[in-house]
Write a protein that binds this ligand. Structure first.
Ligand code: FA5
Length: 360
């Protein structure tokens, strides 16, 4: 037997009517397998004259390619049909009442809970939410924030640089959420009042540092906002977040190239025992950086600094979770240990609201 159009049509017909992956596989073996029809035809080529062998050989190669392609396409088609069928069978009725005993199987990670708590507090103070990318350009992560290439502050950030071999613009994993300040101001017009939650990355690891952590940036820009507003905002936030009237925080003069003046915020805690205690002891844990937005940052966001001014802050979310819920080591947050999560995690019914309280 040699190649014929009828043979090709016959095989393609069989493929097109295959009902499932198993019958498709049987067709593949019968036609293309080692002992399959096409392989036998290939073997028979040696019996032909050189001219016929050349002609038949090339036709059989094309046949083989057409059959393989048809089988691959049919495979995808069958997989899609099977998935569709499975999805229809696995319908979930989201209107059914929650089975409370199910809640023990899934827990909300403390970082997610604390991100919601912080958003709830700033939401109640009239802040909107604005987000930016995790993979950031050097321009937004540094230059637009008044940190040019030669600036010593770049070393403070322990940056993860991406493979920038063939790119004009250099990319980094953002080291802080401050680039969202510029991205958001560039797109809009003052006044601004927003927070930007998100992941941030630095090559750093110990009890209070992890290579990936979360920050929430806050920015308020208008014609009148001053340092007193920043102090009030931070104090109001920390009182509400820790649900304590006498929370002791310390504002230290500091330096950030993108704020002037700059300050750092520490919370009083006790780190001597196995459980981290807030409002006790004699240790301070740094939880935020803040300051008045530098005129150069306003200018790089096309805002006139002679008319507008404002403050910015960056909160370390994981450290706030650590402090509020007494979790001694930050690295355990990201170990993916289910026993840790069932101990420190939250029930999905524990929605943070200001009226009901934010705590567990
Ligand atoms: C900044 O990242 C500034 N962008 C904050 C800022 C925003 C200042 C706006 C002024 C105006 P800093 O490097 O201090 O600042 O980080 C802020 C907070 O992130 C720290 O207080 C700390 O709580 C947290 N943090 C920093 N590095 C780590 C880390 N490796 N692991 C966990 N938390 C970290």
């Amino acid at each position: 037997m040699t190649y014929s159009e009828t043979l090709e049509k016959e095989i393609l017909k069989k493929i097109s009517v295959a009902e499932n992956q198993d019958s498709l596989e049987k067709i593949r073996i019968a036609e293309l397998g080692k002992k399959g029809k096409i392989s036998l035809l290939m073997k028979d080529l040696s019996k032909l004259s050189p001219e016929d062998r050349k002609e038949q050989g090339s036709k059989l190669n094309i046949l083989k390619k057409n059959i393989s392609e048809a089988i691959s396409l049919k495979k995808i088609e069958l997989a899609n049909i099977e998935l569709e069928k499975q999805l229809l069978e696995e319908k979930i009725d989201v209107t059914l009442p929650v089975q409370v005993n199910q809640s023990k199987y899934g827990k909300i990670h403390p970082v997610s809970q604390v991100l919601d708590e912080i958003s709830e507090i700033f939401g109640s103070l009239g802040y909107k939410i604005s987000e930016g990318p995790d993979i950031e350009t050097e321009h937004y992560n540094f230059n637009a924030l008044n940190i040019p290439e030669s600036h010593p502050a770049r070393q403070m950030h322990d940056t993860f640089y991406l493979n920038n071999d063939n790119t004009k613009e250099k990319y980094v994993l953002r080291t802080h959420t401050s680039p969202v300040q510029v991205r958001t101001m560039e797109k809009g017009k003052p006044p601004f009042k927003f927070i930007s939650p998100g992941r941030t990355y630095r090559c750093d690891s110990d009890q209070t540092h992890t290579p990936m952590f979360h920050q929430i940036e806050g920015l308020v820009v208008d014609e009148k906002t001053h340092l007193g507003h920043l102090k009030w905002t931070l104090e109001t936030f920390f009182k509400s977040f820790f649900e304590l009237d006498n929370i002791e925080i310390q504002l230290r003069p500091s330096y950030f190239p993108f704020t002037e003046p700059s300050l750092e915020v520490d919370v009083l805690c006790d780190r001597s025992g196995p459980v981290l205690k807030i409002g006790e002891g004699s240790d301070w844990l740094e939880v935020a950086g803040a300051g008045m937005v530098h005129p150069k940052v306003l200018r790089s966001s096309n805002i006139d600094p002679s008319k507008y001014q404002g403050f910015a802050f960056g909160l370390g979310v994981d450290r706030l979770a650590q402090l509020k819920y007494g979790i001694p080591d930050l690295r355990t947050f990201f170990n993916g240990d289910i026993r840790w999560l069932s101990h420190y995690g939250f029930s999905f019914l524990d929605l943070p609201t200001l009226s009901r309280g934010l705590k567990k």
